[in-house]
Design a protein around this ligand. Structure first.
Ligand SMILES: Nc1ncnc2c1ncn2[C@@H]1O[C@H](COP(=O)(O)OP(=O)(O)OP(=O)(O)O)[C@@H](O)[C@H]1O
Length: 509
């Protein structure tokens, strides 16, 4: 994908010549129609597999216009069965010959990735269709089928089915349905993730085709992988995110054991040990025995020294935030198909190959907080927004001698109600018979609320450069605000939403 810049054509097709990129249009929902976005699909003059399609997204609300070139586009009246027969079915027989494939559904929230791969109650997804076809092909033959289902959250890979036996044999559609539905609704990782934090995990279904070797032991001859790549990830960032999972993958391959700790936890162990050595901190986050075990394991995995580890982890800690921009905007999703031999494809299948690494996630909440942390010197956006909310709170909690309902207490929810649009921003019929202080209060209350609205409007519409002009908003914060706008054209409709969206329960205290 070419670097993204505004109003520039992005070619999503023919990545490394080994990837086919198709788009699927699911149509606008009612609230999306209101955003005045327009999608245009133009076919090039070629036909058949060589045809190229240009998708133009014109968001009149934000004046954004983006164009993408893809290999094919499925329209909203074309169902998943058509995608299956055109894009996936031709590859099934190749898997039996050892040619693995990976299919990635990629798009912003709500664009239809789950609908396409897992399906819904009413509509069967690609996963079920493929399994149905594969089971027919293995029936009575020399092959067998097994499945694995994984969930990737940040740098952790969770085995959803059975950590002791990552490849679970499947003999019938009923068996598969039970596993797949259980896997899809599993709350194993969810339990560990703080509810107020955005949950953006990726899911992967792997279908293994097995055949017995000469010794009668089942051996994998080929795989079909289906990845639900959640969130708004730019293709370039995608590659780096996958690379960041690589240490876990390498660990799994080299030691054939689970990775004992997340990088962050090990990082803190290394940092604490180094501090202890220097005498600046005598406390280790774990017992000395466990610390040594962790470091030993990491040495086995990475073959590095403490100092190298510290550097390596430092680099990881400084890697860009997970909150990244999508190259495929709201309203469309894409299925990317990869064939054996692609360098990128190898990376993707690696992710899944080692996905049985089970990582204790007692630290995951701490790590999730990184989502809200700005890596720069300045305080994180959440802190800045909290500051802003306190200012707004103090503005709004001033008792007003107007007809506005009095705020009974200074709970933030009540304050927000007072700033909701139902409160008149400016009183047109000013009662000048009031005493001068009354008039002044009325005017100032209108002004305060107008300021609030202006600020929200500014956050919703200002260009990145203008956002950066505000004190406390730097490159990262401005990018984050722009990303929120990608998901919804007006993310900051009112103070309540702004607080919910950006800082979760931070403001509820
Ligand atoms: N092609 C489609 N036709 C009809 N409805 C669709 C289509 N694609 C998606 N939908 C509907 O849109 C909604 C969101 O779809 P879905 O949950 O699959 O999105 P998603 O990309 O998986 O979102 P998330 O990233 O939040 O998991 C669902 O109600 C789904 O039924």
């Amino acid at each position: 994908m070419t670097p993204s810049s505004r109003n520039q054509m992005k070619s999503c097709s023919n990545l490394s010549g080994k990837v086919r990129v198709i788009a699927r249009i699911r149509g606008f929902r009612d609230h999306e129609l209101a955003s005045k976005s327009v999608i245009q699909v133009c076919k090039s003059s070629g036909s058949g597999p060589s045809e190229k399609v240009t998708l133009s997204f014109d968001d009149q609300t934000s004046s954004r216009k983006n164009e993408y070139e893809v290999d094919h586009c499925y329209h909203q009246n074309e169902d998943t069965a058509l995608i299956f027969s055109m894009e996936i079915k031709p590859h099934i027989s190749k898997v039996f010959d050892g040619e693995s494939s990976t299919f990635i559904a990629f798009g912003a929230r709500g664009t239809g990735k789950t609908y396409t791969i897992q399906g819904s109650k009413e509509n069967v997804g690609l996963g079920m269709m493929v399994m149905d076809e594969i089971l027919k092909m293995v029936e009575g033959g020399k092959h067998a089928v097994a499945v694995s289902i994984y969930e990737v959250f940040q740098d952790h890979v969770y085995d959803i089915l059975d950590s002791k036996n990552p490849e679970v044999p499947v003999k019938s559609m009923l068996e598969f349905q039970n596993l797949y539905c259980m896997g899809s609704t599993s709350n194993k990782p969810k339990q560990k993730i703080a509810p107020e934090l955005p949950r953006r995990s990726h899911k992967a279904l792997m279908i293994h085709i097995l055949a017995c070797d000469k010794g009668g032991n089942p051996k994998c001859v080929g795989k079909m992988n289906f990845v639900d790549l959640a969130d708004t990830i730019h293709a370039v960032t995608l590659a780096s995110r996958l690379k960041s999972i690589k240490p876990s993958m390498t660990a799994k391959k080299q030691t054939n054991s689970s990775v004992p700790l997340s990088a962050n936890k090990a990082d803190s162990v290394v940092a604490a040990r180094s501090a202890a050595k220097k005498g600046t901190n005598s406390r280790l986050p774990m017992s000395g025995k466990k610390t040594n075990a962790v470091l030993k394991e990491r040495r086995n995995i990475f073959g590095d020294t403490d100092a190298e580890q510290a550097n390596g982890f430092k680099k990881q800690a400084n890697k860009p935030s997970n909150l990244v921009k999508s190259d495929i905007p709201n309203g469309d999703s894409a299925v990317v198909k990869e064939e054996k031999g692609s360098s990128d494809g190898a990376l993707y299948s690696d992710v899944i190959d080692v996905a049985s690494a089970i990582v204790p996630c007692d630290n995951i909440v701490k790590e999730d907080n990184n989502l809200l942390v700005n890596e720069g010197q300045s305080p994180p956006l959440s802190v800045r927004l909290k500051e802003l909310s306190m200012n707004l709170q103090s503005l709004c909690s001033t008792p007003l001698p107007t007809s506005t309902p009095q705020v009974a207490n200074t709970e933030i929810g009540n304050i927000i109600d007072a700033v909701e649009p139902k409160t008149p921003i400016v009183t047109h019929k000013m009662d000048f018979s009031n005493c001068p202080s009354g008039t002044f209060s009325k005017r100032s209350s209108g002004m305060k609320q107008s300021l609030v609205q202006d600020y929200l409007e500014f956050l919703n519409t200002a260009s990145k450069e203008d956002l950066k002009g505000i004190w406390g908003i730097g490159e990262k914060r401005a990018s984050y605000i722009c990303e929120l706008r990608e998901e919804s054209p007006q993310p900051f409709k009112n103070v309540k939403r702004m607080m919910k969206k950006v800082a979760g329960e931070l403001f509820s205290n």
